[in-house]
Design a protein around this ligand. Structure first.
Ligand code: ADP
Ligand code: MG
Length: 271
C-alpha cells in the first residue's frame, strides 16, 4: 500500500505541500491534477523518497518510508517513477544499458534482463532510435526511454509525472495502452498530467490539488462535473464532461464510447 498522511513539504523559502493525506492503493489508477506549480512533481519526489517531508509521512505498506539505503532500494523495486524531467533519470549514453541499469543493480540474470528490455522497448515504441546516443534524442524520445527504464522493473506501483508532455498523439495513445496493460497485470498507476482529458479517461479516482492542499477527491465524473471548483483550481473540465454538463449529452468515459452512443441514438431516431 502506498499513501501519504498529513504530508508537509517546503523548499527553503516556500511551503509547497500542506498536509496531504492521499491513498494510492484504493484504486488501480489515481489521477492527480492541479495548476502549474501546485506541487505535483514535488509530491512525486516525496513518494519516491528523493525528497523527505518535514512533517507527516509517506506510507509504504502501512509504515513510514525507510530512508536508509536498503529501504530506498527496496522501495524503488516496487514503486517505479517516471519523473517529469527525463534528464533526471537517464544516466547512460546508450539506451539498452540505461534501461537495464536498475535490473543489473538488482542482480537480475542477463537473459531475463535482455527479455525485459526488449519487451519494454516494444511497449514504448523505441526500437527505431534504440542505437542512437541518448543525448541526441528529442525530449519525447528521452521520455520513452525513461519510461522503458521504469517499466522493466514490473513494479507494483508506477508513478507517472506528466508522462505525455512532449509526446505526439500516437505517443499519447500508446501511453493509455501501457496504463491499461499495467492495470491488467494487477498493478497500480499514479498519474499527473496537464492533459485533463487523459486524466479523465484513465483514472478511477482523482485528487484535485491547489496551493498544496486537496481541493477535491473522488470519482472523476463527479469531481470534474464541479465546474466552479475546477475553475478555482486553475483547470478546465474534460471535454466529455463538458458535453454532458453543458449540452446534456450522455456522460462517457472515452471518445470511442461517446461516438458509439451517439451513433446508436442517431440510428434509433431514424428508425
Ligand atoms: N528545487 C526547488 N527549489 C525551490 N523551489 C522549488 C523547487 N522545485 C520546485 N519549486 C517550487 O515549488 C512549487 C511546486 O513546484 P512543482 O512541484 O514543480 O509543481 P507542479 O509539478 O505541480 O508544476 C513551485 O512554486 C516551484 O517553483
Ligand atoms: Mg510538475
Amino acid at each position: 500500500m502506498l499513501a501519504t498522511t498529513d504530508l508537509w513539504f517546503r523548499y527553503q523559502d516556500e511551503q509547497v505541500l500542506k498536509g496531504l493525506t492521499l491513498d494510492f492503493s484504493a484504486h488501480a489508477v489515481t489521477g492527480l491534477v492541479g495548476a502549474n506549480g501546485c506541487g505535483k512533481s514535488t509530491l512525486f519526489m516525496n513518494l519516491s523518497g528523493l525528497l523527505r517531508p518535514q512533517r507527516g509521512a509517506v506510507l509504504w505498506q502501512g509504515k513510514p518510508l525507510d530512508y536508509g539505503r536498503r529501504g530506498l532500494l527496496a522501495l524503488r523495486q516496487r514503486v517505479a517513477t517516471l519523473f517529469q524531467d527525463p534528464d533526471r533519470q537517464i544516466f547512460y549514453t546508450d539506451i539498452d544499458s540505461d534501461i537495464a541499469f536498475s535490473l543489473r543493480n538488482l542482480g537480475v540474470a542477463e537473459a531475463e534482463i535482455a527479455r525485459r528490455v526488449e519487451e519494454a522497448l516494444t511497449l514504448v515504441d523505441a526500437h527505431a532510435f534504440r542505437h542512437r546516443p541518448i543525448q541526441c534524442l528529442s525530449h519525447g524520445q528521452k521520455k520513452r526511454v525513461a519510461l522503458a527504464g521504469a517499466l522493466v522493473l514490473q513494479a507494483e506501483y508506477l508513478l507517472l509525472d506528466e508522462p505525455t508532455a512532449g509526446l505526439d498523439p500516437a505517443g499519447r495513445a500508446q501511453m493509455i495502452e501501457i496504463i491499461r496493460r499495467i492495470v491488467a497485470q494487477g498493478n497500480h498507476v499514479v498519474i499527473s498530467s496537464h492533459d485533463i482529458d487523459l486524466i479523465y479517461e484513465v483514472s478511477d479516482t482523482v485528487y484535485v490539488l491547489g496551493h498544496g492542499e486537496v481541493l477535491a477527491h473522488g470519482e472523476p465524473g463527479a469531481v470534474f462535473a464541479r465546474s466552479e471548483l475546477i475553475a478555482d483550481a486553475g483547470l478546465t473540465q474534460p471535454w466529455l464532461v463538458k458535453l454532458h454538463a453543458q449540452a446534456g449529452l450522455p456522460l462517457c468515459k472515452t471518445e470511442d464510447e461517446f461516438f458509439q452512443r451517439m451513433r446508436r441514438e442517431a440510428r434509433k431516431e431514424r428508425s
